[in-house]
Structures are given as structure tokens and as C-alpha cells.
Design a protein around this ligand. Structure first.
Ligand code: GYE
Length: 306
């Protein structure tokens, strides 16, 4: 190696840090902003970044991680597409002495020594925020409020947690009923397709809760095609707060957005650098985020960066 046999991490001035990053895919506006953030902050930190796109398939991510191990990168970071099934490959990285950083999504591994830290949002809290707004809005409803839910990718941390947080809050209001819930895989195309089938099967939908903006945007197309007004005939709540979501909110088509910040790159590069420099790292680094009504989205739109 360049270190001429010296047994120390490859940080400092003598050698560029090589970071292998295994991304989920390119399924949403959020993901595009996240990838941009990873790439630009890696460049800024002077890292040699190896980047792969798993197209929402766990097997592709596992392959990418194995190839990073083989290439003896200094650190591996990834956003696990689903929560389960990572122990074997994480153990391989550990045995090779390569630190692993989780960003955006969590794993359910019991052995937390398999990774350095998890940097990302509190998705349960995001689900609670969505549920709280809805529960407040319909606190005096006379009849049942029929909700349909578009879930994110099956088995992914944000889909599991956003569902759980939402349910935890709305169960406090017996009028609020989830009458249908299905995955739309975090994409516009699937969001539209599943909303079409919801509209066919149910004549009395009052609310759509979408686990991300892209699925809400696809669903809006289906709602409009069915001759209904999104945001009025059907109240819409989504998560993320990407530009297109904010535009739809400022037009009144989305009523409430729970923000999820995709700009995780700077925090990740910082954590990698700190770790390689031998500093103590928190096991959990939570990103800060807010919520926006249609009016607030309209006001904030000109300053949104993604
Ligand atoms: O909400 C969604 C994306 O993991 C937080 O993945 C992320 C989610 C985000 O596809 O739009």
C-alpha cells in the first residue's frame, strides 16, 4: 500500500480516502437529491468515491458491498433498501476491517458492532407528524373518515416506520379508518397505478396518506383522471418535501407535507473523516426536519434547494 507497511488508517495527507457507497436506486426526487448530496460532498471532502445504484434490489447492494470489500476501500456507506438480511455481508466487512456507515435507512441487525453509526431521519416520528395533523383536522368529524395509504418499498425502514407512527396517532381517533393500504414502491408510476385501483374499489375515499411525494404526485394524476379534485375531494398528506411536492402543495393539491431531509452527504463525510481520525462517533445521528401546510409550502418554495 501507499502507507509502506505502516499499520494506520488511510486518512491525512498521504492518501485519498476511498469510500464505497451503495445507493438504493433512483426511485424518487428525494433519492436524486440524496445522490447529488453524497457525490458533491464526497468531492468536497477530497474522497475517492465509488458509487453504485442497486435499482431497489437488495441482491445488487450486497454485490456492490462485496466488491468494495474486495477493492479494500477505506470505508463503506450504504442506504439499505430493506431492513433485514444484512448480517452476513456486514460481518464480511467487519472481518476485513472495513468500517460501515449506514445513511438514510436502518438495518434490523441485533449486533450493532456491525456498523459505526446510523445517520438519518426518525421515520416513526415522521409518521406521527402526518397522523397528528390528520387527527387534528378531523377531530370533530361526524362520520367515518376513510383513509387510503400508499406505502413505500415493502420491508424498507421508512415504509415500516411511517406506517407505524401514523397508526400510533390515528388510533386515538376512532373516526379515522384506513380502508386500504398497499405498496407503491416509492415511485410515481406505482403510486398512480395503485391509486387507480383504490379509486375503482372504493367510492368514498376521504384521505390519501402517501409515504413519499412521488407516490402522492402519481396518485394526483389518477385522482384528476377520475374527475376528482386532489386536496379538496381527497385530502392528501405526504412525506419528503421535494420541489415537485412543494409545487403541488402550493397549488393546494397536497394539504400537508412532513419533511424528510435528503442532504445527508456532509454529515456522512464528516463522520467518515472523524472515525478514520480515531474520534468517537455517536451510534445514532438524527437529521432535523419540519412540517409544511399548503400555505407554508407556498411561502417556502422559492428558497427550497431540491
Ligand atoms: O422518503 C423516498 C425514497 O429512504 C427516506 O426513500 C428515504 C425514502 C424517501 O425513495 O422518497
Amino acid at each position: 500500500t501507499n502507507n509502506k507497511g505502516e499499520n494506520k488508517p488511510a486518512s491525512g495527507t498521504d492518501k485519498k480516502v476511498t469510500l464505497g457507497f451503495a445507493q438504493v436506486g433512483a426511485e424518487s426526487g428525494w433519492r436524486t437529491a440524496n445522490t447529488e448530496s453524497i457525490k458533491s460532498s464526497a468531492a468536497e471532502a477530497g474522497f475517492d468515491l465509488k458509487f453504485s445504484d442497486a435499482q431497489q434490489k437488495q441482491e445488487n447492494q450486497i454485490k456492490a458491498i462485496r466488491s468494495y470489500i474486495q477493492q479494500k476501500v477505506d470505508a463503506i456507506a450504504f442506504s439499505p433498501v430493506v431492513e433485514s438480511g444484512w448480517d452476513t455481508v456486514l460481518k464480511e466487512a467487519k472481518d476485513a476491517g472495513i468500517p460501515v456507515f449506514l445513511t438514510d435507512r436502518a438495518v434490523d441487525s441485533k449486533d450493532t458492532s456491525l456498523y459505526v453509526t446510523f445517520i438519518g431521519s426518525d421515520f416513526v416520528e415522521e409518521g406521527r407528524r402526518a397522523g397528528q395533523w390528520l387527527s387534528d383536522k378531523f377531530k370533530d368529524a361526524d362520520g367515518d373518515v376513510n383513509i387510503v395509504e400508499l406505502q413505500g418499498t415493502t420491508g424498507s425502514a421508512p415504509a415500516i416506520d411511517r406506517k407505524a407512527g401514523f397508526e400510533e396517532i390515528i388510533k386515538g381517533n376512532s373516526k379515522l379508518k384506513v380502508i386500504a393500504s398497499q405498496t407503491g414502491d416509492f415511485t410515481r408510476a406505482k403510486g398512480k397505478e395503485v391509486m387507480q385501483s383504490f379509486l375503482k374499489a372504493h367510492k368514498d375515499i376521504d384521505v390519501l396518506y402517501a409515504h413519499n411525494d412521488d407516490m402522492a404526485l402519481g396518485a394526483i394524476q389518477a385522482i384528476e383522471a377520475a374527475g376528482l379534485k386532489p386536496g379538496e375531494d381527497i385530502i392528501i398528506i405526504s412525506v419528503d418535501g421535494v420541489k415537485d411536492g412543494f409545487i403541488a402543495a402550493s397549488e393546494g393539491k397536497i394539504n400537508f407535507i412532513v419533511e424528510c431531509n435528503p442532504l445527508l452527504g456532509p454529515q456522512l463525510m464528516q463522520a467518515v473523516n472523524d472515525f478514520l481520525a480515531g474520534k468517537e462517533i455517536d451510534k445514532r445521528i438524527v437529521t432535523e426536519e419540519g412540517v409544511f401546510t399548503s400555505e407554508e409550502a407556498k411561502a417556502a418554495l422559492p428558497d427550497r434547494k431540491y
